[in-house]
Design a protein around this ligand. Structure first.
Ligand code: G3P
Ligand code: CA
Length: 266
């Protein structure tokens, strides 16, 4: 009897190839595409003038030479900041500023990059702290997805975009407006309500942190028994990659896409 080969584990570049280039920059995403990543992960936040930009923290202090909350700054303010040298200066004494490594990236520009990638590249977009914005993050996100024809499944193959969040409410808003866009419920802890492998209503994909996978593989099996694909973040160490592979998860989200692909024999 022959067994069907399971599809390969999807390798998702977390904030781009963020070990090699400053996170969430064009350079980090170009590198991830060159490295062969199957998908790109990004965090989206709304600026004061309504643009979705890729910044992880609430404030720009850690990843730029500026200060303040993204939500209090306009796109032009962010465009004037340097989002790269905090990493590059540390790593190279011969550092020279390169706009692709130092400029803030909008979601729109990332969607253009993916459209021009020359091969299918999926997107895993995380809405950050969307409860403060009463639906504006999701509204703007879906507007952009629609403009790029990504709000509905393609004629063939899997949906090329999914929306992730720690907020069940945010995922609910996305599904209400675009029911076919897959949603991923991110988890840092296993709450008593989820212990038996149940996710918030309507969510198909589980997004546990690597710590949950290490400490509670039984929970991962319960998610799988309940029919949920599992996408794990952030998986950088070879032992963790192996554990995810042994458990048969569907996606590994990593800062090191090249190394993970090579460990998985790709
Ligand atoms: O991919 C999910 C993961 O990115 C969630 O954590 O803090 O890196 O956004 P964080
Ligand atoms: Ca994220």
């Amino acid at each position: 009897m022959t067994h069907a080969t399971p599809p390969p584990i999807q390798v998702v570049a977390h904030r781009g190839a963020s070990e090699d280039a400053p996170e969430h920059t064009l350079a980090a995403y170009r590198k991830a595409i060159e490295d062969g990543a199957d998908a790109l992960e990004c965090d989206v936040r709304l600026t004061a003038d309504g643009h979705l930009v890729l910044v992880h923290d609430r404030r720009v202090n850690r990843t730029s030479n500026g200060r303040g909350a993204v939500s209090a700054l306009e796109l032009a303010d962010l465009a004037a900041l340097d989002f790269g040298s905090w990493k590059d200066r540390e790593e190279s004494p011969d550092w020279v500023a390169d706009p692709e490594r130092t400029s803030v990236l909008t979601l729109e520009r990332l969607l253009e990059l993916v459209a021009d990638a020359g091969r299918p590249v999926q997107l895993a977009i995380e809405t950050k702290h969307p409860t403060r914005w009463a639906g504006q993050v999701e509204e703007r996100l879906l507007f952009l997805l629609k403009r790029f024809g990504l709000d509905a499944p393609p004629a063939e193959g899997p949906h090329s975009v999914r929306v992730m969040s720690f907020s069940a409410r945010s995922l609910h808003r996305v599904r209400a407006a675009a029911p076919t866009v897959p949603t991923v419920y991110l988890m840092q802890f296993v709450t008593p309500r989820m212990r038996d492998g149940r996710l918030p209503a309507g969510v198909r994909i589980a997004g546990p942190g690597m710590r949950i996978v290490r400490n509670n593989p039984g929970f991962i099996r319960r998610l799988q028994d309940a029919g949920h694909p599992v996408h794990v973040w952030t998986v950088n160490e070879p032992d963790d990659v192996q554990l995810c592979a042994d458990l048969g998860v569907e996606a590994i989200i990593t800062n090191r896409p090249r190394q993970v692909l090579s460990q998985l024999g790709r």
